[in-house]
Design a protein around this ligand. Structure first.
Ligand code: PMP
Length: 450
Protein backbone atom coordinates (compact mmCIF):
# COMPACT_ATOMS: atom_id res chain seq x y z
CA UNK A 1 0.00 0.00 0.00
CA UNK A 2 1.23 3.46 -0.83
CA UNK A 3 0.45 5.86 1.93
CA UNK A 4 1.27 9.53 2.21
CA UNK A 5 2.43 10.70 5.62
CA UNK A 6 -0.10 13.46 5.37
CA UNK A 7 -2.98 10.93 5.28
CA UNK A 8 -2.21 10.13 8.89
CA UNK A 9 -3.04 13.48 10.43
CA UNK A 10 -5.80 13.40 13.03
CA UNK A 11 -7.05 16.89 13.72
CA UNK A 12 -10.52 17.16 12.12
CA UNK A 13 -11.30 20.62 13.49
CA UNK A 14 -8.01 22.01 12.17
CA UNK A 15 -8.88 20.51 8.80
CA UNK A 16 -12.31 22.13 8.92
CA UNK A 17 -10.82 25.54 9.77
CA UNK A 18 -8.31 25.11 6.98
CA UNK A 19 -11.07 24.43 4.48
CA UNK A 20 -12.88 27.58 5.61
CA UNK A 21 -9.74 29.65 6.06
CA UNK A 22 -8.26 29.01 2.65
CA UNK A 23 -11.25 30.70 1.04
CA UNK A 24 -10.03 34.00 2.46
CA UNK A 25 -6.33 33.32 3.06
CA UNK A 26 -3.85 31.55 0.78
CA UNK A 27 -3.21 28.13 2.35
CA UNK A 28 -5.18 29.29 5.38
CA UNK A 29 -2.10 30.70 7.13
CA UNK A 30 -0.66 34.17 7.58
CA UNK A 31 2.94 32.94 7.46
CA UNK A 32 4.09 30.26 5.00
CA UNK A 33 6.22 28.65 7.70
CA UNK A 34 3.13 27.70 9.68
CA UNK A 35 2.00 25.31 7.04
CA UNK A 36 2.27 21.58 7.69
CA UNK A 37 1.26 18.99 5.12
CA UNK A 38 -1.57 18.89 4.09
CA UNK A 39 -3.17 21.38 6.48
CA UNK A 40 -1.89 23.57 9.31
CA UNK A 41 -2.63 23.03 12.98
CA UNK A 42 -4.91 25.72 14.34
CA UNK A 43 -4.04 26.60 17.91
CA UNK A 44 -6.29 27.66 20.77
CA UNK A 45 -3.99 28.47 23.67
CA UNK A 46 -0.53 28.13 25.15
CA UNK A 47 0.43 27.98 28.82
CA UNK A 48 3.85 27.13 30.25
CA UNK A 49 5.50 24.47 28.09
CA UNK A 50 2.25 23.37 26.43
CA UNK A 51 -0.04 24.35 23.59
CA UNK A 52 -3.50 23.12 22.68
CA UNK A 53 -5.01 22.91 19.23
CA UNK A 54 -8.67 23.39 18.32
CA UNK A 55 -9.26 19.63 18.59
CA UNK A 56 -8.27 19.86 22.28
CA UNK A 57 -5.06 17.94 21.61
CA UNK A 58 -2.43 18.87 24.17
CA UNK A 59 1.19 19.17 23.05
CA UNK A 60 4.45 19.62 24.87
CA UNK A 61 5.83 22.43 22.77
CA UNK A 62 9.49 22.50 21.71
CA UNK A 63 8.90 24.88 18.81
CA UNK A 64 8.12 27.73 21.19
CA UNK A 65 6.92 30.21 18.61
CA UNK A 66 9.88 29.46 16.31
CA UNK A 67 12.27 30.49 19.08
CA UNK A 68 10.36 33.58 20.22
CA UNK A 69 9.29 32.06 23.53
CA UNK A 70 12.32 31.30 25.65
CA UNK A 71 10.09 32.68 28.44
CA UNK A 72 7.54 29.95 27.64
CA UNK A 73 3.84 30.52 27.00
CA UNK A 74 1.97 33.09 29.08
CA UNK A 75 4.74 33.60 31.63
CA UNK A 76 3.04 34.89 34.82
CA UNK A 77 5.38 37.90 35.13
CA UNK A 78 4.66 38.96 31.56
CA UNK A 79 0.92 38.40 31.94
CA UNK A 80 0.93 40.59 35.03
CA UNK A 81 3.09 43.38 33.57
CA UNK A 82 1.09 43.52 30.33
CA UNK A 83 -2.24 43.45 32.15
CA UNK A 84 -1.10 46.45 34.19
CA UNK A 85 0.32 48.30 31.19
CA UNK A 86 -2.53 47.82 28.74
CA UNK A 87 -4.93 50.10 30.57
CA UNK A 88 -2.34 52.89 30.17
CA UNK A 89 -2.56 52.75 26.39
CA UNK A 90 -0.92 50.71 23.70
CA UNK A 91 0.53 53.33 21.35
CA UNK A 92 1.17 56.83 22.59
CA UNK A 93 2.54 58.48 19.46
CA UNK A 94 5.28 59.70 21.79
CA UNK A 95 8.46 57.88 22.63
CA UNK A 96 7.49 55.64 25.56
CA UNK A 97 9.39 56.60 28.73
CA UNK A 98 10.64 53.08 29.50
CA UNK A 99 12.30 52.67 26.08
CA UNK A 100 15.27 54.54 27.59
CA UNK A 101 15.60 51.90 30.30
CA UNK A 102 15.31 48.99 27.86
CA UNK A 103 17.91 50.54 25.53
CA UNK A 104 20.33 50.63 28.45
CA UNK A 105 19.59 46.98 29.26
CA UNK A 106 20.27 46.01 25.63
CA UNK A 107 23.44 48.10 25.53
CA UNK A 108 24.91 46.39 28.58
CA UNK A 109 23.72 42.86 27.94
CA UNK A 110 24.60 42.67 24.25
CA UNK A 111 27.70 44.88 24.38
CA UNK A 112 26.53 47.48 21.85
CA UNK A 113 26.91 51.25 21.80
CA UNK A 114 23.45 52.20 20.57
CA UNK A 115 20.14 50.62 19.64
CA UNK A 116 17.01 51.31 17.63
CA UNK A 117 13.87 49.22 18.20
CA UNK A 118 11.39 47.93 15.64
CA UNK A 119 8.85 45.11 15.59
CA UNK A 120 9.97 42.20 13.43
CA UNK A 121 13.22 40.47 12.60
CA UNK A 122 12.75 41.41 8.97
CA UNK A 123 12.66 45.09 9.85
CA UNK A 124 15.84 44.75 11.88
CA UNK A 125 17.76 43.02 9.06
CA UNK A 126 16.37 45.39 6.42
CA UNK A 127 17.46 48.39 8.44
CA UNK A 128 20.88 46.91 9.18
CA UNK A 129 21.56 46.33 5.48
CA UNK A 130 20.52 49.92 4.74
CA UNK A 131 22.79 51.26 7.50
CA UNK A 132 25.73 49.24 6.15
CA UNK A 133 25.20 50.65 2.67
CA UNK A 134 24.75 54.19 3.99
CA UNK A 135 27.90 53.91 6.09
CA UNK A 136 30.12 52.57 3.32
CA UNK A 137 28.49 54.26 0.33
CA UNK A 138 28.62 50.84 -1.38
CA UNK A 139 25.93 48.48 -2.63
CA UNK A 140 26.89 44.84 -2.40
CA UNK A 141 25.90 42.71 0.56
CA UNK A 142 27.19 39.20 1.04
CA UNK A 143 24.95 36.55 2.55
CA UNK A 144 25.31 32.81 3.03
CA UNK A 145 23.48 30.07 1.20
CA UNK A 146 20.78 28.60 3.44
CA UNK A 147 20.61 31.57 5.84
CA UNK A 148 17.28 33.34 6.27
CA UNK A 149 16.94 36.97 7.29
CA UNK A 150 13.24 37.64 6.70
CA UNK A 151 11.37 38.80 3.64
CA UNK A 152 13.51 41.69 2.33
CA UNK A 153 14.03 41.20 -1.44
CA UNK A 154 17.76 42.00 -1.22
CA UNK A 155 18.51 39.15 1.15
CA UNK A 156 15.61 36.81 0.49
CA UNK A 157 18.07 35.15 -1.83
CA UNK A 158 19.53 31.62 -1.90
CA UNK A 159 17.56 30.68 1.20
CA UNK A 160 16.69 27.19 -0.01
CA UNK A 161 17.93 27.04 -3.59
CA UNK A 162 17.14 23.80 -5.40
CA UNK A 163 19.85 21.52 -6.77
CA UNK A 164 20.82 22.37 -10.31
CA UNK A 165 20.14 26.08 -10.06
CA UNK A 166 22.57 27.15 -7.41
CA UNK A 167 25.96 27.09 -9.12
CA UNK A 168 29.15 25.59 -7.72
CA UNK A 169 29.51 25.03 -3.96
CA UNK A 170 32.33 27.58 -3.71
CA UNK A 171 30.69 30.23 -5.89
CA UNK A 172 26.92 29.92 -5.50
CA UNK A 173 24.71 31.79 -7.92
CA UNK A 174 22.24 34.15 -6.18
CA UNK A 175 18.81 32.56 -6.51
CA UNK A 176 15.75 34.61 -5.48
CA UNK A 177 13.69 32.77 -2.88
CA UNK A 178 10.48 34.22 -4.28
CA UNK A 179 8.97 35.26 -7.55
CA UNK A 180 8.49 39.00 -7.60
CA UNK A 181 12.11 39.83 -6.85
CA UNK A 182 13.34 42.43 -9.35
CA UNK A 183 16.24 40.98 -11.35
CA UNK A 184 18.39 44.05 -10.74
CA UNK A 185 18.14 43.55 -6.99
CA UNK A 186 20.24 40.40 -7.30
CA UNK A 187 23.15 42.37 -8.74
CA UNK A 188 23.80 43.67 -5.26
CA UNK A 189 23.60 40.36 -3.42
CA UNK A 190 26.65 38.15 -3.17
CA UNK A 191 26.15 34.58 -2.00
CA UNK A 192 28.82 32.53 -0.24
CA UNK A 193 29.01 29.05 1.31
CA UNK A 194 28.88 28.99 5.13
CA UNK A 195 32.02 27.77 6.89
CA UNK A 196 34.22 28.36 3.82
CA UNK A 197 36.49 31.29 4.54
CA UNK A 198 38.51 30.86 1.38
CA UNK A 199 35.41 31.23 -0.80
CA UNK A 200 34.34 34.32 1.18
CA UNK A 201 37.78 35.87 0.61
CA UNK A 202 37.61 35.25 -3.12
CA UNK A 203 34.11 36.69 -3.47
CA UNK A 204 35.02 39.74 -1.36
CA UNK A 205 38.17 40.34 -3.39
CA UNK A 206 36.31 40.09 -6.70
CA UNK A 207 33.80 42.72 -5.50
CA UNK A 208 36.13 44.85 -3.39
CA UNK A 209 35.18 48.25 -4.80
CA UNK A 210 31.47 47.90 -4.00
CA UNK A 211 31.52 45.57 -0.97
CA UNK A 212 29.26 47.10 1.71
CA UNK A 213 29.27 44.20 4.13
CA UNK A 214 28.32 40.72 5.22
CA UNK A 215 25.11 39.61 6.93
CA UNK A 216 24.95 36.19 8.52
CA UNK A 217 23.37 34.09 11.18
CA UNK A 218 26.46 33.43 13.33
CA UNK A 219 24.87 30.04 14.04
CA UNK A 220 22.64 29.27 11.06
CA UNK A 221 19.33 28.21 12.56
CA UNK A 222 17.43 28.03 9.35
CA UNK A 223 19.31 24.87 8.40
CA UNK A 224 18.85 23.16 11.79
CA UNK A 225 21.72 24.20 14.04
CA UNK A 226 25.07 24.72 12.30
CA UNK A 227 28.02 25.76 14.39
CA UNK A 228 30.63 27.98 12.77
CA UNK A 229 33.95 26.22 12.40
CA UNK A 230 36.78 27.45 14.55
CA UNK A 231 38.13 30.71 13.13
CA UNK A 232 35.27 31.26 10.67
CA UNK A 233 33.61 34.20 12.46
CA UNK A 234 37.02 35.69 13.31
CA UNK A 235 37.96 35.39 9.63
CA UNK A 236 34.80 37.23 8.57
CA UNK A 237 35.67 39.97 11.05
CA UNK A 238 39.12 40.29 9.49
CA UNK A 239 37.78 40.36 5.94
CA UNK A 240 35.29 43.13 6.80
CA UNK A 241 38.05 45.10 8.51
CA UNK A 242 40.31 44.65 5.49
CA UNK A 243 37.71 46.14 3.12
CA UNK A 244 36.21 48.64 5.60
CA UNK A 245 32.93 46.80 5.19
CA UNK A 246 30.25 46.26 7.82
CA UNK A 247 29.87 42.92 9.60
CA UNK A 248 26.24 42.26 10.55
CA UNK A 249 25.26 39.40 12.82
CA UNK A 250 21.64 38.45 12.38
CA UNK A 251 20.98 37.35 15.95
CA UNK A 252 17.20 37.33 15.59
CA UNK A 253 17.27 33.73 16.80
CA UNK A 254 20.59 33.51 18.64
CA UNK A 255 20.04 36.56 20.87
CA UNK A 256 17.67 34.35 22.86
CA UNK A 257 19.86 31.27 22.97
CA UNK A 258 22.72 32.74 25.04
CA UNK A 259 22.71 35.47 27.66
CA UNK A 260 24.75 37.85 25.50
CA UNK A 261 23.91 36.29 22.13
CA UNK A 262 26.21 34.40 19.78
CA UNK A 263 28.77 37.19 19.65
CA UNK A 264 29.40 36.69 23.37
CA UNK A 265 29.40 32.92 22.89
CA UNK A 266 32.13 33.16 20.21
CA UNK A 267 33.88 36.36 21.36
CA UNK A 268 33.51 38.03 17.98
CA UNK A 269 32.07 41.54 17.83
CA UNK A 270 30.17 42.52 14.70
CA UNK A 271 29.56 46.15 13.70
CA UNK A 272 25.80 45.67 13.82
CA UNK A 273 23.54 43.10 15.45
CA UNK A 274 19.95 42.36 14.56
CA UNK A 275 17.81 41.01 17.36
CA UNK A 276 14.21 39.89 17.64
CA UNK A 277 12.09 36.93 18.69
CA UNK A 278 13.01 36.02 22.31
CA UNK A 279 13.93 39.52 23.55
CA UNK A 280 10.26 40.53 23.44
CA UNK A 281 9.02 37.62 25.54
CA UNK A 282 6.35 36.81 22.96
CA UNK A 283 5.71 40.38 21.82
CA UNK A 284 6.87 41.88 18.52
CA UNK A 285 10.11 43.55 19.58
CA UNK A 286 13.19 43.68 17.37
CA UNK A 287 16.30 45.81 17.34
CA UNK A 288 19.30 46.90 15.34
CA UNK A 289 22.19 47.70 17.60
CA UNK A 290 25.86 48.27 17.23
CA UNK A 291 28.72 50.67 16.87
CA UNK A 292 28.21 54.32 17.55
CA UNK A 293 29.85 55.51 14.33
CA UNK A 294 27.26 53.63 12.26
CA UNK A 295 24.22 54.11 14.50
CA UNK A 296 24.84 57.88 14.79
CA UNK A 297 24.42 58.15 11.05
CA UNK A 298 20.70 57.50 11.53
CA UNK A 299 19.76 61.14 11.02
CA UNK A 300 16.22 62.24 10.08
CA UNK A 301 16.11 63.05 6.38
CA UNK A 302 19.47 61.34 5.83
CA UNK A 303 19.28 57.69 6.89
CA UNK A 304 15.80 56.33 7.43
CA UNK A 305 14.55 54.33 10.40
CA UNK A 306 10.89 54.51 11.40
CA UNK A 307 7.84 52.51 12.42
CA UNK A 308 4.41 53.29 13.86
CA UNK A 309 4.56 50.33 16.22
CA UNK A 310 8.24 50.73 17.18
CA UNK A 311 8.92 50.67 20.93
CA UNK A 312 5.27 50.82 21.92
CA UNK A 313 4.44 50.50 25.63
CA UNK A 314 3.45 46.84 25.44
CA UNK A 315 6.57 45.54 23.69
CA UNK A 316 8.89 47.64 25.83
CA UNK A 317 7.17 46.41 28.98
CA UNK A 318 7.42 42.79 27.82
CA UNK A 319 11.07 43.27 26.78
CA UNK A 320 12.01 44.74 30.15
CA UNK A 321 10.37 41.95 32.14
CA UNK A 322 11.90 39.34 29.83
CA UNK A 323 15.46 40.58 29.96
CA UNK A 324 15.65 41.83 33.53
CA UNK A 325 13.41 39.41 35.43
CA UNK A 326 13.17 36.18 33.47
CA UNK A 327 16.10 35.48 31.13
CA UNK A 328 18.83 36.16 33.69
CA UNK A 329 22.32 34.73 33.28
CA UNK A 330 21.46 32.06 35.84
CA UNK A 331 18.28 31.14 33.98
CA UNK A 332 20.17 30.93 30.67
CA UNK A 333 22.84 28.71 32.24
CA UNK A 334 20.12 26.41 33.59
CA UNK A 335 18.50 26.25 30.17
CA UNK A 336 21.78 25.36 28.50
CA UNK A 337 22.12 22.45 30.95
CA UNK A 338 18.61 21.23 30.19
CA UNK A 339 19.48 21.58 26.51
CA UNK A 340 22.51 19.36 27.04
CA UNK A 341 20.32 16.71 28.65
CA UNK A 342 17.95 16.74 25.69
CA UNK A 343 20.74 16.64 23.10
CA UNK A 344 22.66 13.90 24.96
CA UNK A 345 19.44 11.85 25.16
CA UNK A 346 18.91 12.25 21.43
CA UNK A 347 22.49 11.22 20.72
CA UNK A 348 22.16 8.08 22.88
CA UNK A 349 18.94 7.05 21.18
CA UNK A 350 20.36 7.67 17.70
CA UNK A 351 23.35 5.47 18.60
CA UNK A 352 21.46 2.73 20.46
CA UNK A 353 18.76 2.43 17.82
CA UNK A 354 21.16 2.66 14.89
CA UNK A 355 19.40 5.63 13.32
CA UNK A 356 21.01 7.22 10.24
CA UNK A 357 20.87 10.61 11.91
CA UNK A 358 22.98 13.46 13.21
CA UNK A 359 22.15 15.56 16.27
CA UNK A 360 23.48 19.08 16.27
CA UNK A 361 22.99 21.26 19.31
CA UNK A 362 24.27 24.12 21.38
CA UNK A 363 22.78 25.70 24.47
CA UNK A 364 18.99 25.43 24.54
CA UNK A 365 18.52 24.52 20.90
CA UNK A 366 19.25 21.49 18.79
CA UNK A 367 18.10 19.67 15.70
CA UNK A 368 17.83 16.16 14.37
CA UNK A 369 18.84 15.60 10.76
CA UNK A 370 18.69 12.34 8.87
CA UNK A 371 21.94 13.12 7.12
CA UNK A 372 24.98 11.01 6.21
CA UNK A 373 27.48 13.39 7.85
CA UNK A 374 27.51 16.53 10.01
CA UNK A 375 25.94 19.52 8.27
CA UNK A 376 28.33 22.40 7.71
CA UNK A 377 26.41 24.37 5.06
CA UNK A 378 23.46 24.34 2.68
CA UNK A 379 24.95 21.77 0.29
CA UNK A 380 25.30 19.31 3.20
CA UNK A 381 21.78 20.11 4.36
CA UNK A 382 20.44 19.16 0.93
CA UNK A 383 21.64 15.59 1.47
CA UNK A 384 19.33 15.11 4.44
CA UNK A 385 16.30 12.85 4.24
CA UNK A 386 13.23 15.09 4.48
CA UNK A 387 10.76 12.18 4.22
CA UNK A 388 12.16 10.48 7.29
CA UNK A 389 12.22 13.78 9.16
CA UNK A 390 8.55 14.33 8.29
CA UNK A 391 7.73 10.92 9.72
CA UNK A 392 9.62 11.84 12.91
CA UNK A 393 7.70 15.12 13.20
CA UNK A 394 4.32 13.54 12.55
CA UNK A 395 4.85 10.58 14.90
CA UNK A 396 5.98 12.92 17.67
CA UNK A 397 3.00 15.20 17.00
CA UNK A 398 0.56 12.29 17.16
CA UNK A 399 2.03 11.41 20.56
CA UNK A 400 1.64 14.91 21.97
CA UNK A 401 5.10 16.36 21.34
CA UNK A 402 5.88 19.22 18.96
CA UNK A 403 9.56 18.31 18.70
CA UNK A 404 10.81 21.43 16.87
CA UNK A 405 9.74 24.00 14.30
CA UNK A 406 7.76 22.82 11.30
CA UNK A 407 10.66 21.55 9.16
CA UNK A 408 14.14 19.99 9.33
CA UNK A 409 15.53 23.48 8.76
CA UNK A 410 14.15 24.46 12.19
CA UNK A 411 15.23 23.35 15.69
CA UNK A 412 13.93 22.79 19.20
CA UNK A 413 13.84 25.66 21.67
CA UNK A 414 13.66 25.12 25.42
CA UNK A 415 12.00 27.69 27.63
CA UNK A 416 12.31 28.55 31.31
CA UNK A 417 8.96 26.82 31.77
CA UNK A 418 10.17 23.45 30.48
CA UNK A 419 10.99 20.94 33.19
CA UNK A 420 13.26 17.93 33.44
CA UNK A 421 10.08 15.80 33.14
CA UNK A 422 9.16 17.54 29.88
CA UNK A 423 12.56 16.69 28.48
CA UNK A 424 12.27 13.08 29.69
CA UNK A 425 8.83 12.76 28.08
CA UNK A 426 10.26 14.13 24.82
CA UNK A 427 13.09 11.57 24.91
CA UNK A 428 10.83 8.63 25.85
CA UNK A 429 8.61 9.45 22.90
CA UNK A 430 11.56 9.72 20.55
CA UNK A 431 12.82 6.34 21.77
CA UNK A 432 9.40 4.81 21.22
CA UNK A 433 9.27 5.90 17.57
CA UNK A 434 12.95 5.22 16.78
CA UNK A 435 12.41 1.69 15.36
CA UNK A 436 9.83 3.01 12.87
CA UNK A 437 12.23 5.76 11.84
CA UNK A 438 15.00 3.22 11.33
CA UNK A 439 12.79 1.03 9.13
CA UNK A 440 11.41 3.92 7.11
CA UNK A 441 11.51 3.52 3.34
CA UNK A 442 10.17 6.35 1.19
CA UNK A 443 7.37 4.21 -0.27
CA UNK A 444 6.48 2.05 2.70
CA UNK A 445 3.17 1.78 4.46
CA UNK A 446 3.54 3.19 7.93
CA UNK A 447 0.07 3.07 9.29
CA UNK A 448 0.90 0.81 12.25
CA UNK A 449 3.87 2.93 13.18
CA UNK A 450 1.73 6.02 13.39
N1 PMP B 1 16.43 36.43 10.88
C1 PMP B 1 16.42 35.16 11.29
C2 PMP B 1 17.71 34.49 11.62
C3 PMP B 1 15.22 34.47 11.42
O1 PMP B 1 15.24 33.18 11.81
C4 PMP B 1 14.01 35.14 11.14
C5 PMP B 1 12.67 34.45 11.28
N2 PMP B 1 12.66 33.12 11.49
C6 PMP B 1 14.07 36.48 10.70
C7 PMP B 1 15.29 37.10 10.59
C8 PMP B 1 12.83 37.24 10.39
O2 PMP B 1 12.15 37.53 11.56
P1 PMP B 1 10.59 37.92 11.53
O3 PMP B 1 9.87 36.68 11.12
O4 PMP B 1 10.31 38.38 12.92
O5 PMP B 1 10.46 39.01 10.53
Amino acid sequence: MNLKLSDLRKEPKSLELFQKGKKTTPYGVHSNYRLTDPYPLYGRKGVGSKVWDVDENEYLDFNMGFGALVVGHAHPLIVQAISEQISGGTILGLEFEKSVELSKVIQERFNVDMVRFSSTGMEATTNAVRFARAHTGRNKIMKFEGCYHGGNDHILVSVKPKPGREGSPQHPIPVPASLGTPRDTLKNTLVAPFNDLEAVREIAEANADDFAGIILEPIPMNMGVILPQKGFLEGLREICDQYNSVLIFDEVKTCGKYYGGASERFHVTPDLKCMGKAIGGGFALSAVAGKKEIMEEIVPGVVSHAGTFNSNPLVITAGLVTLTRILSRTAMTGLAKLGQTLAAGYNDIVKDEGLPAIVSSDSLSGALAFAPSPIMNWRDFQKSDIGRWSLYYLMMLNRGIIPAGTGPDEQWTLSVQHTQEDVEKHLETFKEIAPALREFQPQMAIVEAI
